[in-house]
Ligand binder design. Sequence first.
Ligand code: F6R
Length: 616
Amino acid sequence: MCGIIGYTGERPAAPILLDGLRRLEYRGYDSAGLAVSSGAGFTCVREAGRVSALADKVAPSSLPATCGISHTRWATHGAVTEANAHPHLSSDGCIALVHNGVIENHLALREVLLAEKFSFVSETDTEVLANLIALLYRGLDEGNPVDRFTEAVRLALGRVQGTYGIAALCREAPGHIIGARLGSPLILGVGAGEHLLASDAAALVSSTRNVVYLKDREVVHLTPDRFSLSTISRQSVSAVVSKIAWSVEDTEKGDFSHFMEKEIFEQPAALENAMRGRFADDESSPKFGGLNLTPPELRRIDRLLFCGCGSAWHACLSARYLIERYARIPVDVEYASEFRYRNAPLAKDTLVFVLSQSGETIDTLAALREALAKGYRVLAIVNSVGSTIAREAEGGIYQHAGPEIGVASTKAFTSHLMLAAMLAVYLGRMRDLSFTEGCRLVAGLRRAPGLARQALDLAPAIRSVADRFTHFDDMLFLGRQQMFPLALEGALKLKEIAYIHAEGYPAAELKHGPIALVGPQCPCLFLAPNDEVLPKVLSNVQEVKARGAPVILISTADAPIPDGLADEHIILPACPEPVLPVIAAIPLQLLSYYIAVNRGCDVDKPRNLAKSVTVE
Ligand code: F6R
């Protein structure tokens, strides 16, 4: 949440900052701003609204400065106004600051600063930190301005409680940027004669693919030709420069109307990438290189706990069905936000998996840390390479799905489902699954990309279903067993991007309450593939039909569905069981997408949302 980009080099900073903000906009889009060093101070331009509104206000040709910082905001403290937009300047004009995160003790610090004659023009916690750095800078009368600036940032961060990713400028140290992080991501971009700082690699790739992922409590000092890394407590840190695996083209929409549409259609490739190099030579099992647990250790695991948030939590639920079925290991599933505060008694040999696309979701990170603190082994299934969750987990699996920019998760979700299915078979092969059964399941897993392509071929048909269901205000999504997490995901997609009230339920729960909503104004979408519970699902369809509800049925080609049962019938190809959830997700994504487009919604930037939830 919120995006930061800073630049120091030889090129004018403003166009680079605006380009970076556009690429980071999915992290927050209620206001934006930039500050560049200029003459004896800063030129600071801010605007409520999108980055495009800021760009309209900035005339880059009038801003030749080659050092600056910028920010796109998702409001935490203070309304969406220009005054609350970042950067914030200290009231003496000495410090400019952009910040992600929350300074929890900002009210107490504000009193201290008021007593020192600092003043405030915004309601934000960030302005408090800018003034605090300025106060501490003023108090350091020894040394050159750069050293004093760095020290003042360190001292200020030592006094704040909460989380931060920051980039700061000092009027008296032009060309220098100080960055630091605790709980909010920050990445250094290493260029030739220039350095950048950003909350996400997406903002850096147009300038450089060489990056350093900062760790919590690290401070970075950037000038055009060098950078240095240290801890807040002044220990020097040697930097590890990594290379971003994808290119700037991967972060662009190309011919698609929205990132979400592009990412839906990228799913066959994302599934290929999830599988690449991950099957045993004899094709009897998946294999994973990074779990950092030996087969005997994995065999000893007698319980699994899966944690995540939002769509990743739905993927955790799907993992439960798959792992319990194929590996016969009991699986618990928890919302990361609940687990972190619940003093859950876990069985001794529980292995914890956290699932996260961004690898930065604060609650998932906190759940991981809580489980590690209690002495459990924690592995992660993460898309973002080098992210905090990826680094702090003891091992795990990278999704390699490529950057996901649309706020609503699509390809990362199906990639999580794919990896969960592979993990289920992998763990199963260490227990009761035979060689023959393993080979059969692997052959099924390998079909996922091709089946996903066939599901995507249904897009025109799904678009016409969407046309018919665009005007409804409520919808129920229903499925049993493996299809229940998909029902939850379908409902989440529809509500988050099309703003239609939608609920997902196990189909049998219908009669325990939700059926009271059912009628001609509340369509019901059923997931009804050819599985052992199909007859039960079809009975539930009859129950809602009897009450006049319009019905959308998503089934598979091998499912015996009576003619005329549904108002709209979307028929997926017959799927091998472990990949069924992956393929069933695709029509749900397409349906929500087309309904949202029909309703004129801003699909990639749904209201109030932002990707990568880094505040609690
Ligand atoms: C829904 C969605 C969110 C995320 C959730 C977790 O479409 O995108 O619910 O799934 O915020 O994010 P990650 O996976 O980055 O931890």
